[in-house]
Ligand binder design. Structure first.
Ligand code: HEC
Ligand code: HEC
Length: 425
């Protein structure tokens, strides 16, 4: 319930200040400058080692074919603050190419400094996602792009038309839309252009890809052992692979949702689930988006969309490419290093979580095993992020030497705990 109270025009820049119950208009905007579309923001080549060519073609929807002009228009929009209510926030503010299209924060900060409940995933290789968002609440990139624009703590527009009107007022955009789509600026075309740019962000060409292509020396022995562990004792392939019986070297995801015990202890999810019922039944996409990003119902994950008890606190299995440079980790950004992530899996975090995925269990991995899996994960860093990767690995390693808050060796080497039963209705 926002009322638009001040409409100021400063040097041709319209600034809309929002006031009303529950928003943060009184706080000073703390947005850093919007990143520029430098070399790391350019479309990825299909010639990269490791690109799954057929899959890449198959994910282009027939009603939104890729053209260089459309991709360029989408790129311009992705970096344009004018899509937000006060001009300060672009898609790139939270999906910064210098940080592999993430923001490096535990949870994202949007317009007027509003802090959300979720960690910003990378846009690199998002074209391969069967669904978008941690809970899969958007089916396509087109559908996804509309939601941050109108979310009150992300880009803060009252509706998509407000953003369209802003863009339609710019001569350069009028010409570009007319060239690309043969018609005036519209909401659906704006979303098509952004999605088309996102579908150009393919990122492979990692040491691991060269190893799979036959260069035995592309990765070290630790990473090789880590890849073995990933598919065997460490059980990562139970979820980070399209099938469990065939090694999957493309995107390390299963297009599914699992409760792996993240944030579950912090929240009383059973009580939250009861509260969410009404919301889920309403089928209102903007309301669900609000709940996921602005309330503690965020912890319910996929349940907010399906309203099925087994989906309580389950989240989408993320692609692991470039994971070294897309931290902090998990849907709530709660883990700082890949060692912390490994410690979480090693103890099979399950206490107090009746909905924990059955594939979570203590792994009995040694310190060397853990280092090896981290070395494998680091080998998934595409060449364009090599420099950031080297620096980040050193930073995380140094941190892991002094603090391992998730490590619990007794549990990692102990029996699988008996899981509590889900609470009754
Ligand atoms: C204020 C920060 C912020 C802004 C601005 C923002 N995003 Fe995001 N983005 C996020 C967060 C946080 C998530 C995860 C939210 C969730 O899963 O509930 C996300 C998720 C996504 C995803 C899903 C990726 C996946 O792996 O599921 C895509 C695609 C995406 N954003 C694209 C965009 C586009 C396009 C824009 C501009 C129109 C945009 N974002 C603006 C923070 C932001
Ligand atoms: C039961 C399924 C399952 C298993 C087994 C599993 N994962 Fe995951 N993984 C997920 C899901 C689901 C998420 C997101 C969970 C969340 O954020 O709440 C995730 C998140 C991650 C992340 C964080 C990525 C990011 O962008 O934040 C990393 C890294 C990761 N997994 C690596 C591994 C490794 C390594 C193993 C094996 C030791 C493993 N996973 C085993 C399902 C699984």
């Amino acid at each position: 319930m926002h009322t638009r109270s001040v409409l100021a025009c400063v040097g041709g820049l319209i600034m809309i200040v929002l006031e009303g119950a529950g928003n943060t208009a009184s706080k000073k905007a703390t947005q850093p400058p919007i990143p520029r579309a430098g070399p790391l923001a350019q479309p990825g080549s299909l010639q990269q080692v490791g690109v799954p060519t057929d899959q890449t073609r198959a994910v282009i929807p027939p009603d939104n074919p890729q053209t260089p002009e459309k991709i360029a228009l989408g790129q311009k929009l992705f970096f344009d603050g004018r899509l937000s209510a006060d001009g300060t926030v672009a898609c790139a503010s939270c999906h910064n190419p210098e940080r592999a299209f993430t923001d490096g924060k535990p949870t994202s900060v949007g317009i007027h400094g509003g802090v959300g409940q979720r960690n910003a995933p990378t846009i690199l290789n998002a074209l391969y996602n069967k669904t978008q968002f941690w809970d899969g609440r958007a089916k396509t990139l087109e559908e996804q792009a509309a939601l941050p624009i109108v979310n009150a703590i992300e880009m803060g527009q009252p509706n998509l038309n407000a953003a369209v009107a802003r863009i339609a007022g710019v001569a350069e955009y009028q010409q570009a839309f007319s060239r690309v789509f043969g018609r005036p600026v519209s909401g659906p075309d704006l979303l098509r252009a952004i999605a088309s740019y996102e579908r150009s962000l393919i990122s492979f060409n990692s040491p691991f890809d060269r190893f799979i292509a036959g260069n035995e020396n592309a990765i070290g022995d630790a990473a090789k052992r880590g890849w073995e562990l990933f598919n065997t004792r460490a059980r990562c392939n139970k979820c980070h692979a399209l099938t469990e019986d065939k090694r999957d070297v493309t995107n390390f995801k299963d297009d599914d949702f699992h409760n792996i015990g993240i944030g579950i202890i912090k929240h009383n999810v059973a009580a939250l689930a009861r509260k969410a019922e009404q919301l889920v039944n309403s089928g209102d996409a903007a309301a669900v988006d609000r709940a996921a990003l602005q309330t503690n119902m965020s912890a319910l994950g996929r349940f907010l969309i399906t309203h099925k008890a087994p989906d309580i606190a389950s989240f989408k299995t993320p692609n692991l490419r470039n994971v070294l440079v897309t931290g902090p980790y998990f849907h709530d950004g709660s883990q700082v290093t890949l060692w912390d992530v490994m410690d979480h899996y090693n103890k099979g975090d399950g206490v107090q979580d009746p909905w924990l995925d059955e594939d979570m269990q203590p792994l009995a991995l040694t310190e060397r095993d853990i280092d090896d899996v981290v070395a494998f994960l680091a080998s998934l860093t595409s060449d364009e992020y090599k420099k950031q990767g080297v620096k980040e690995l050193a930073r995380q390693r140094a941190l892991s030497r002094t603090q391992r808050p998730q490590r619990d060796t007794a549990r990692a080497f102990g029996p699988k705990p008996v899981q509590p039963k889900p609470p009754g209705p």
